[in-house]
Design a protein around this ligand. Structure first.
Ligand code: SF4
Ligand code: SF4
Length: 271
């Protein structure tokens, strides 16, 4: 009854979700999508979970590449968890269609609300609210684990119709422009050239040029660079100097770097 969980993460919400679910399932292997997305994905597991953040009300490019690389195996139980800041919209419908087109069935799709890491639109909100969101997410992951263990077939979760129509349209419009959105990043005088940003980017989109990081315009807007910079020296547009940084409280910088810098594989529990 093996389960493999593939996660894509910037600031740890999806990594934490994968770890928590692996524990709830009594053990599952977790793999970073950022290391596997461009190669054919082979898993001998009976069930495969895909855990990812919703980006601009849709699938991140890396997740699309991951799905496109999946070996066709209609008998495997596939499920997904779309981590979002309160609006999953039609993301899981988009995923189900993408998988259908490949001859794969998305048997269940769950949305999971977590604190927002999208700092261009503001900070993560009051700490008490964040704690509440994470606690509610933990409870929901427990329920998801039960459904996954039973291999339940369920309709994918989605937002209200107006949200699905409007935000899917906005996603389609903005998607081609995401890679160059890194033009709004800049670095202030606090940078000490520690190179954490260049190492943490899941897309290899940051290079150190002379004594400052430079963005290469194949950005995914995961926000890992700005959120993990230990000096808070990375800014996006004009407002971020005043916004609080966020990463999942139970995920540390070394956890993210372990999956970015090496082909990390983690096994939790006894499966
Ligand atoms: S992580 Fe921050 S301090 Fe380190 S090199 Fe990047 S911008 Fe500079
Ligand atoms: S440049 Fe920053 S926001 Fe863009 S993909 Fe890399 S870490 Fe994420």
């Amino acid at each position: 009854m093996k389960t493999d969980l593939f996660f894509y993460t910037g600031t740890g919400n999806s990594l934490w979700t994968a770890r928590t679910l692996a524990d709830e399932l009594g053990g599952a292997r977790i793999y970073p999508i950022s290391r596997t997305g461009s190669d054919p994905v082979r898993s001998g597991a009976e069930a495969v979970g895909i855990i990812f953040p919703v980006h601009i009300w849709g699938l991140p490019r890396k997740v699309i590449a991951f799905i496109n690389a999946l070996a066709v195996d209609p008998d495997r139980y596939y499920f997904a968890i779309a981590v979002n800041a309160g609006q999953v919209a039609a993301t899981l419908l988009q995923m189900r269609k993408l998988m259908n087109d490949k001859g794969l069935l998305l048997s269940a799709g769950f949305e999971l609300a977590m604190p927002s890491n999208y700092i261009p639109w503001g900070g993560p909100g009051p700490e008490a609210k964040r704690r509440q969101q994470i606690s509610a997410a933990r409870e929901k992951i427990g329920r998801i684990a039960v459904m996954v263990a039973r291999r339940e077939q369920r309709p994918v979760e989605k937002g209200p119709l107006w949200q699905n129509v409007l935000f899917s349209w906005l996603n389609k419009l903005s998607f081609p422009y995401v890679p160059a959105m890194d033009k709004s990043f800049w670095v202030d005088e606090k940078c000490n050239t520690c190179n954490i940003c260049t190492n943490i980017c899941p897309c290899g989109n940051i290079k150190m040029k002379t004594d400052r990081p430079a963005w290469l315009h194949h950005c995914e807007q995961c926000l890992a660079c700005i959120q993990w910079c230990p000096q808070e020296a990375i800014q996006f547009g004009k407002k971020t100097p005043n916004y609080e940084r966020y990463h999942h409280p139970d995920v540390k910088l070394k956890d993210i770097l372990a999956f970015t810098a090496t082909n990390g594989i983690e096994k939790s529990g006894g499966e």
